[in-house]
Design a protein around this ligand. Structure first.
Ligand code: RFL
Ligand code: PHB
Length: 388
């Protein structure tokens, strides 16, 4: 089998790249380890930057997002019983779109089906070959048989635990990592959201986030120590702890109900450089992970895909240099999102090694946001997404 671009991983990065390339007349094949239902069952991101929403429209998958998604003009940062509102529209003229990653993925699968794109699920033992030649290929096993696909390029969209990044020799990679000493316990519930906009709360008991998917579906998170296990948290214990971390002025509005999903995610910052190795290009979580506090993971995956798509279209249009700058362009944006995610994480969480000095720093930063339009503008520009 032969294709122009072989895409490893059928998560949001791989599907969006495949969708954009197919529409531009460039042939792709997507190799995904899991079943489609498994990919669609993962509850993850909820906030789309302005530029991500635009790219989805450009890919022809914006209609349901525009009809059913919720544009948000701002968010709240709560601390010491105060609620600071950052008005995105007033501060930087942009909004974000609240529309779940599950829905984005479903829209992409539907669009890919409609155009007859090739997706192969249930692949095992994917191996990337001859990446430094202009004839790379991929081998894999499916249903007990070995297969081979030849291509011009390979896009590594297989997430943090995939094979693509590991196919770059260790001596040619530089990795940067920061592990945070806590995780987020997340609950999805069929209850109306706390507020119309997201509330990020800094509280002496730990961070809390009140988010949502739509008018009847809420997503909440609380900071927990890494030693905690999901089984140890009953729904009641979760709601009690969440309520305790919200400002009194809004805690009374919290509507609770049975959890539909409950999971703990560790927080980590990670970047692997470069994002290109010969004919292999990494996109999304395969190359970098951010803590979820800035809502940047899915959005960085989208901007990587946007840069790679542009490069591939220019390459096939005859520009031999077009792909040379992919890694540098993508990494410049990745590091800025990394900085924002790290700074919001640091501002909003309780760290075991923080003392009164660090708490004063957090209060000063939150107070700066409350009192300075310039500080709110910088937050809003980063939150709604830097241009790409
Ligand atoms: P994914 O989604 O991990 O998809 C990779 C796909 O590759 C497959 N795969 C393989 N396929 C073939 N062969 C192999 N050897 C393979 N190894 C892996 C996997 O099965 C999978 O289907 O990476 P991708 O596409 O780069 O997308 C990244 C995003 O999923 C991720 O950044 C976001 O979910 C992060 N994230 C958030 N991002 C935001 O922008 N806004 C948010 O509000 C937000 N909230 C979150 C989040 C992530 C969370 N968790 C649990 C990680 C909240 C949470 C709780
Ligand atoms: C979510 O709704 O899952 C969500 C929203 C904002 C974040 C992280 C997660 O910063």
């Amino acid at each position: 089998m032969r294709s122009q671009v072989i895409i490893i991983g059928g998560g949001p990065s791989g599907l969006l790249l495949s969708q954009l390339l197919n529409r531009a007349g460039i042939a792709t094949v997507v190799l995904e380890r899991q079943s489609r239902d498994h990919v669609l069952g993962r509850i993850r991101a909820g906030v789309l930057e302005h530029g991500t929403a635009q790219l989805l429209r450009q890919a022809g998958v914006g209609a349901r997002m525009d009809a059913e998604g919720h544009p948000h003009d701002g968010c709240y940062l709560a601390h010491d019983q105060q609620m600071v509102r950052v008005d995105f529209t007033e501060s930087c003229g942009r909004q974000v779109m609240v529309y779940g990653q599950t829905e984005v993925t479903r829209d992409l699968y539907d669009a890919q089906d409609a155009m007859g794109a090739t997706h192969i699920h249930g692949v095992r033992d994917v191996v990337l070959h001859d990446l430094l030649t202009d004839a790379p290929f991929v081998t894999y096993e499916k249903d007990g048989r070995q297969h081979r696909i030849d291509g011009d390029f390979i896009a590594g969209c297989d997430g943090f635990h995939g094979v693509s990044r590991a196919s770059i020799p260790a001596e040619s990679r530089r990795e940067y990592e920061k592990i945070y000493p806590f995780g987020w316990l997340g609950v999805l519930s069929r209850t109306p959201p706390l507020m119309e906009e997201l509330v990020y709360a800094n509280h002496p008991r730990g961070f809390a986030l009140a988010s949502m998917r739509n008018d009847t579906l809420s997503r909440y998170y609380i900071q927990v120590p890494l030693s905690h296990r999901v089984e140890d948290w009953s729904d009641d214990a979760f709601w009690t702890e969440l309520r305790a971390r919200l400002p009194d002025s809004v805690a009374g509005r919290l509507v609770t109900g049975p959890s539909i999903e409950k999971s703990i995610a560790p927080l980590r910052s990670f970047v692997s450089e470069p994002m290109r190795w010969g004919r292999l290009f990494l996109c999304g979580d395969a190359a970098h992970i951010v803590p979820p506090t800035g809502a940047k993971g899915l959005n960085l995956a989208a901007s990587d895909v946007g840069y790679l798509f542009e490069g591939l279209v220019a390459h096939y249009g005859g520009d031999g240099e077009a792909l040379e700058h992919y890694s540098d362009r993508a990494l410049r944006r990745v590091w800025k999102a990394m900085r924002f995610s790290w700074s919001v994480t640091t501002m909003m969480h309780r760290f075991p090694d923080h003392g009164p000095y660090e708490q004063r720093m957090q209060q000063a930063e939150l107070d700066l946001l409350a009192s300075s339009a310039a500080a709110r503008q910088a937050f809003a520009e980063n939150y709604t997404g830097l241009a790409f």
